[in-house]
Design a protein around this ligand. Structure first.
Ligand code: PLP
Length: 332
């Protein structure tokens, strides 16, 4: 079994995604890739939705968390795991820890919505609110890990996490072998790095495009600057895309720079439009981050390929704020 991070400049490779697939299969739903007649008709291309909102924790992050935690030694499992997160990763870590009988502590910033905190507690993890940003939460988390010998499960900049998220790319290839474009919501870049590794190893000419909210798109600004940068966090419907990429970023920044064809920025009104469209046409309720792909396609910000897969990343939003958002949208 290969260790991601060894060889090839220390970066994970496509074979690590295959290994992740085997490791996590018993713990992760193999989600459907469904044809969207509505988007396809409007755009004159074949558009498919990869429904990661159907995962038990309501987001794809179970894949990366499962791959990381299942790779721990018995001794590491005994000492427990900890993480810092904008929410969905924390739920995933808590869920996997509970299934494997491992103690989990989760640090979050005070920007994380209450609905997400409840969801993490539901999985039996300790939730600790620390600071006003993801960076503050991370600092406290690493301190506790050092003190108590726990393993930090990083939300994106970890070879096992990247490989786990990349299993989505393998499933897309199986269901749509002639895919030419994949649209991926992007924050820290673990998801898009893993998907790009899997897809481009098989179809080098395929286009993998990231989508982020307009304000605080840290990966986008870092690519532009040629190095990781720090931005202030703003409120956005896509709260799962908040957070930096880390000034010490080791894996996702170089992978995104090498493999990703571009990141497009999606205004708030188009994120809301994507949410309303998915509800009214598909009867699917998703969170803002997951609506960035459909929002970008509908508004023309990202041109579709002939066969496009759009990753619908999650559904963790409170019913009240969801309804408030979609009720304010008049289109569709
Ligand atoms: C974490 C997350 C993303 C972004 O994933 P990264 O690996 O951080 O780029 C997108 N959508 C949802 C719902 C998420 O939870």
């Amino acid at each position: 079994m290969g260790i991601p991070g060894e060889g090839h400049g220390g970066l994970p490779e496509a074979r690590h995604v295959w290994e992740a697939r085997k490791r996590i299969a018993p713990y992760v739903l193999r989600t459907p890739l469904v044809f969207s007649p509505h988007l396809s008709g409007l755009l004159g291309a074949e558009i498919f939705l990869k429904l990661e909102n159907l995962q038990e924790v309501g987001a794809f992050k179970i894949r990366g968390a499962a791959n990381r935690i299942l790779s721990l030694s018995d001794d590491e499992r005994k000492r427990g795991v900890t993480t810092y997160s904008t929410g969905n990763h924390a739920q995933a870590v808590a869920c996997m820890a509970r299934r494997l009988g491992i103690q989990a502590s989760v640090f979050v910033s005070d920007r994380v919505p209450e609905a997400k905190l409840e969801a993490i507690r539901r999985w039996g993890a300790d939730v600790l609110i620390a600071g006003t940003s993801q960076d503050d939460a991370e600092e406290y988390c690493r301190e506790l890990a050092r003190r108590d010998g726990m393993t930090v499960v990083d939300p994106f900049d970890d070879p096992f996490v990247i490989a786990g998220q990349g299993t989505i790319g393998l499933e897309i290839l199986e269901d749509l072998p002639a895919v030419d474009t994949v649209v991926v919501p992007t924050s820290g870049g673990g998801l898009i790095s893993g998907i790009a590794l899997a897809v481009k190893a098989n179809i080098p000419g395929a286009r993998v495009t990231g989508v982020s909210m307009e304000k605080g798109a840290v990966m986008y600004e870092s690519l532009k600057a040629g190095k990781p940068v720090v931005l202030e966090e703003s409120d956005t419907l896509a709260d799962s895309l908040l957070g930096g990429i880390g000034l010490e970023n080791r894996y996702t920044f170089p992978l995104v720079r090498r493999l990703v064809d571009g990141i497009a920025l999606v205004p708030e009104k188009d994120i809301a439009g994507g949410m309303a469209f998915l509800l009214r046409k598909h009867k699917i309720a998703v969170e803002g981050a997951a609506a960035t792909g459909p929002g970008a396609l509908l508004s023309g910000i990202v041109p579709p390929g002939a066969r496009t897969a759009v990753v619908i990343t999650g559904c963790n939003v409170s019913a009240d704020s969801f309804l408030e958002t979609v009720n304010a949208v008049r289109d569709f």
